[in-house]
Design a protein around this ligand. Sequence first.
Ligand code: SF4
Length: 310
Amino acid sequence: MRRPTPADRPSSGRAPRPRQAPPEQLGFEGMPERLFVCTPSKLGTYVDCPRRYRYAYVDRPAPPKGPPWAHNSLGASVHTALRNWYALPLDRRRPEALAGLLRGTWVREGYRDDEQERAAYRRALGWLEAYVETLEPDVDPLGVERVVAVKTGVLAFNGRADRIDARSGPAGPELVIVDYKTGRSGLDADDARGSQALALYAYAAERVFRLPCRRVELHHLPTGTVAGHDHTVESLARQLGRAEETARDIMAAERAVADGADPDEAFPTEPSPRCGWCDYRRTCPTGSQLPGKEPWAAVERTVESESGEV
Ligand code: SF4
């Protein structure tokens, strides 16, 4: 459903606080319109909460963020270890290498204490050891943390896919977008189907590499499961259309603020359970009324749910 845009709302005339006014749309016939430069995360932030988008991408100086999250540290550590795994020569891609890879780029921020951090490290190492057993040892992906970019009439999209595999399909070589997940809950095919980020990566990869890219997969390391979905040309186009609609809403909101609309109205709050995990909860008038999560809460649940170690 289309979100109401500032153009739909009356302006209160309060002073704007834009980082800078977007370039003016002159509208001369034949002149290209400004493209909205975005990543999946930028689009997703606005869809989740326009106010959070404003704090993260519009207000300058940006409001202070809360402390770092342990689950982000854990996710980043695992992702980096897998990236570096593929940087090893084939004959060194052995499970014994994983401890060194993980330790070498381990991110320490956000954990409750050393004991919790050690438990998370052991758990992450176990995930990685089990995961690499499922990989074909002699096969290199087409891309690892590969940036793909594409322009449409509205978007200049770019994003970094965790992995892009080249596999044999019934009609020849085809690409698969792989996204690693380290959160607690398992994922199913609906998550893969509904992920706008994965769909945009697939759309972009198909154009960058000039090979079909319809399959997207979420690889959930804690459970060793893969949730996949096979897109069609139509379903990718639908996801792209939604992304463009979001981009238009954001540009309308930014333009409204530049024209004098109240930034609080142009980028309204959208309270939800996500507020407890929001980096800007302390700044946000709505979020500051709600209880926040401890930085290590998600990791505590992840580690406890698997082993009861913490
Ligand atoms: S605390 Fe909630 S309402 Fe406020 S910016 Fe964050 S997500 Fe939006």
